[in-house]
Design a protein around this ligand. Structure first.
Ligand SMILES: [Zn+2]
Length: 285
């Protein structure tokens, strides 16, 4: 059973409300009813809510490429296998460029849901907090195609600013006349290969936040970057990385550059210097 406080208004029986958490935490799973009459659970981090549906079960409790994980899945999640596969690829890519990236990290609790975004969260939301990873379909499987004529790197997408993960998705897109595309469409793997690339890159981005925020050497920088009034990423730098970094805080910049490096991109000395200045882990090329 979960070490969360639970409250269920579903049955009117408050037994589960008394399920004691083994350790006190800020986040709470609240029971309720959604329109489909399912039990709905809210995972709350620093007032941010992630809606999980139905009961949660343990999907995996293991070490993947040196990263200790406890993966939980809710009843609505259909694509757990794809996510887990991408998690394995993400850890593999990270280690290929950052061999010590997972050293000293606690076991990370990861939540797979369907109707939620993807985010690295801390509980409590401070340098003393424990990191958690939310991996929802809403971010992982959302495509944000570049608006025609916009720049590959810093162009905007139909749904707004695009990140390195969207650039990785683009790399897997093939021209409609490409025989490889025809073949992979016939085999039914064309769409899957684009998503695999995007989901892997989103997970690298989120793990990048966790690595950045947990490294004793960059811990202070990370929490300073999150503060209101912290310096934001300039256009000159953003246009070398992604439109998502433009005007965002430098933790987003670090996570984006981290993702790019893990996926084989090269950046200018100016970008790398700034990345290291804001606490980005140093790669071994
Ligand atoms: Zn981010």
């Amino acid at each position: 059973m979960f070490n969360y406080k639970m409250r269920s208004s579903h049955t009117g029986n408050n037994k589960s409300a008394r399920a004691e958490s083994r350790e006190p935490r800020e986040e709470i799973l609240k029971g309720g009813l959604d329109s489909a009459c399912q039990q709905t659970n809210l995972l709350v981090f620093n007032k941010k809510e992630f809606k999980l549906k139905g009961s949660l079960s343990m999907y995996s409790n293991t070490t993947i490429n040196k990263l200790r994980v406890k993966v939980f899945v809710d009843e609505s999640t259909q694509r757990a296998k794809e996510k887990y596969q991408a998690l394995v690829s993400a850890t593999h890519r990270i280690l290929s460029k950052f061999p010590n990236a997972f050293d000293g990290l606690p076991a990370i609790e990861i939540y797979f849901g369907s109707d939620i975004g993807a985010e690295a969260c801390w509980s409590p939301d401070s340098s003393a907090g424990t990191p958690y990873l939310i991996l929802g379909d809403r971010t992982l499987f959302r495509t944000n195609k570049k608006i025609a004529g916009q720049d590959d790197l810093w162009g905007m997408g139909a749904l707004g600013p695009r990140g390195v993960a969207d650039q990785m998705y683009d790399k897997k897109r093939l021209n409609k006349t490409s025989p490889i595309r025809w073949f992979s469409e016939i085999m039914g793997v064309y769409s899957a290969s684009k998503y695999e690339e995007k989901v892997t890159a989103v997970i690298i981005h989120e793990l990048g936040h966790i690595i950045h925020g947990c490294n004793p050497l960059s811990l202070t920088t990370f929490w300073k970057n999150k503060k209101i009034g912290a310096r934001l990423v300039s256009s000159r730098i953003a246009e070398q990385v992604s439109s998502y970094t433009q005007g965002n805080n430098h933790n987003e910049f670090v996570a984006e550059v981290f993702t790019g490096i893990a996926c084989g991109k090269l950046y200018s000395p100016e970008v790398i210097d700034l990345y290291e200045m804001y606490g980005g882990p140093r790669p071994s090329y």
